[in-house]
Design a protein around this ligand. Structure first.
Ligand code: GFB
Length: 311
């Protein structure tokens, strides 16, 4: 990938896509192509094919997806499966058919079995049953990364995938019912009236990676001449949800009492990914959770006052 490469970033308005665009611009890539929902429906195969035929990018980064936390996924596995499957098949297949030489496909570590060995190595893929709360999303992302792998093997296209752990940062979705845990906790503590009701038991363990670190991993992977088909991306820093809640309470300056609603699911007990592979090639994360949380509370408040927050 050279500075003049024409790079399509699918999902550029989302937390991941916008971070990738920021990182590309900062690295001097100025030929970036983007399309909003109203300009290009990624669920429509013909529209996606027409886009690639017209634009002929050199590189595509597939950061577009229907995403959400455990509440959103477990309530709509069918929609998460259908929409993410269509986005994956359309953006990857049409790219191959239209001569896009390189493509980076993004998913998440929920593609791995619920009880995968911890830390989870890439080879754990398809080695056991998936976590039920986000099975639809996981199946779609597995399909997408497999399509990339098959196209690389059959057509010599440099299509490869990154699977990040739980992400957070600027541009996240702060919807209380559908957001991921970290932004949801920020919102809950920031709007608390004495008490904050959190889901599950608080005993689940999650690893968190700031989205700007993921963006740096994307540029790192795109800079490799012969990237592995699949690489995990994580910070190696994990906390229980209970510990996260205390950290968010402190970062927001809240004095609210925490109440746990054990009628809500904990989801996967633990999801720490093994990042030996990407680190062995030279990538390292730079933003720790304490620093990242402070940055994210600040960006949350900026988005709130600017009216740009996604709720
Ligand atoms: O980020 P999250 O919603 O999803 O984290 P997953 C869920 C964990 O946080 C569970 C606890 O253990 C919840 O019980 N939790 C506590 C809460 N309070 C809350 C709350 O108010 N809101 C939320 N959302 N959680 C996601 C997948 O799994 O991981 C996605 O569903 C994606 O598809 C993402 O893969 C990376 O970490 O369980």
């Amino acid at each position: 990938m050279v500075k003049s490469s024409k790079i399509f970033v699918a999902g550029h308005r989302g937390m991941v896509g916008s971070a990738v665009c920021r990182a590309l611009a900062a690295a001097g890539f100025s030929n970036i192509v983007t399309r909003g929902h109203s300009e290009l429906d990624l669920l429509d195969p013909a529209a996606v094919r027409a886009f690639y035929e017209a634009e002929r990018p050199d590189v595509a980064v597939v950061a577009a997806a229907r995403v959400g936390g455990i509440g959103a996924n477990s309530a709509a596995n069918s929609r998460f499966l259908y929409e993410n499957e269509m986005i994956a098949m359309n953006t990857v297949w049409a790219a191959a058919e239209c001569g896009v030489g390189r493509l980076l496909f993004l998913g998440s570590t929920c593609i791995y079995p619920r009880m995968a060995p911890q830390p989870i190595p890439e080879c754990a893929l398809l080695s056991g049953p998936l976590e039920k709360t986000n099975e639809g999303y996981a199946l779609a992302k597995i399909s997408g990364l497999k399509l990339c792998e098959f196209l690389r093997r059959e057509r010599g296209l440099k299509y490869h995938s990154l699977m990040p752990t739980n992400l957070y940062g600027p541009g996240d979705n702060y919807d209380i019912e559908h957001g991921h845990v970290l932004p949801t906790l920020i919102r809950k503590f920031d709007t608390a009236d004495g008490e904050v009701r959190l889901w599950g038991t608080g005993s689940a363990v999650r690893e968190f990676l700031h989205v700007d670190d993921l963006a740096s991993a994307c540029l790192f992977a795109l800079g490799l001449d012969n990237p592995p088909d699949l690489m995990n991306v994580g910070s190696g820093e994990e906390v229980t949800i209970r510990e996260l809640a205390e950290a968010v309470k402190s970062a927001t300056g809240s004095s609210a009492k925490i109440v746990w609603d054990s009628s809500k699911p904990d989801g996967t007990p633990r999801k720490l990914c093994d990042t030996t592979l990407i680190r062995s090639l030279g990538w390292v994360p730079r933003i720790g959770l304490k620093e990242g949380l402070a940055m994210t509370v600040a960006s949350y408040r900026e988005e709130l006052s600017a009216g740009t927050i996604r709720l």
